[in-house]
Design a protein around this ligand. Structure first.
Ligand code: HEM
Length: 143
């Protein structure tokens, strides 16, 4: 058995126990991922609740305001009063897809990043218009 291929107990929490010294060295240099360490991210992506457009449509007022952006659903009820662009433009789009309005306002990278705070789910695949496999209509979609 060569020194490089020796099986070691991984010092990285949650990492696959059978990771080799070579795999750990490459992970340290950020050339690759240690097997077993990225499963949480994949799990999070798979666990987004699916919410249909017809359900979003029920939440269409100041006290209960959901919107759809880039095929994801956001509950922005508690954000309305804080929005730098005012609450009116948000209530006008309550209960529906506001992606084009959001894009036209020219939001900053910081605004796009803050979307995560309000995300509650995603549209079912047959209602998606931006995140369709092999059919992306926009570049730079938020994570
Ligand atoms: C959860 C959804 C939203 C978030 C987190 C958000 C966040 C923000 C933030 C942080 C700003 C300050 C400027 C910037 O950093 O870009 C802003 C400005 C603005 N937003 Fe939004 N926004 C949201 C949805 C929307 C929607 C749906 C519309 C349009 C209907 C809109 C229209 C505007 C406008 C017009 C401004 C400009 C205000 C000005 O510069 O006078 N926003 N938004």
């Amino acid at each position: 058995m060569s020194t490089v291929d020796a099986q070691v107990q991984s010092p990285i929490e949650g990492a696959n126990q059978s990771a080799t010294i070579l795999q750990l060295a490459m992970a340290a240099l950020r050339l690759t991922k240690v097997p077993g360490t990225d499963s949480n991210n994949n799990l999070q992506q798979r666990l987004r609740p699916v919410i249909s457009l017809s359900e979003v449509a029920y939440h269409d007022c100041y006290d209960d305001c959901w919107i759809v952006l880039y095929d994801r659903v956001y509950d922005i009820t508690n954000f309305l009063r804080l929005h730098p662009g005012g609450h009116d433009v948000l209530v006008e789009n309550a209960g529906r897809d506001a992606t084009i309005a959001f894009l036209n306002a020219g939001h900053s990278a910081m605004a796009i990043k803050s979307l995560k705070l309000y995300e509650i789910g995603e549209l079912p695949p047959n209602e998606c218009i931006y995140r369709c496999v092999g059919k992306l209509t926009l570049t730079n979609l938020p994570d």
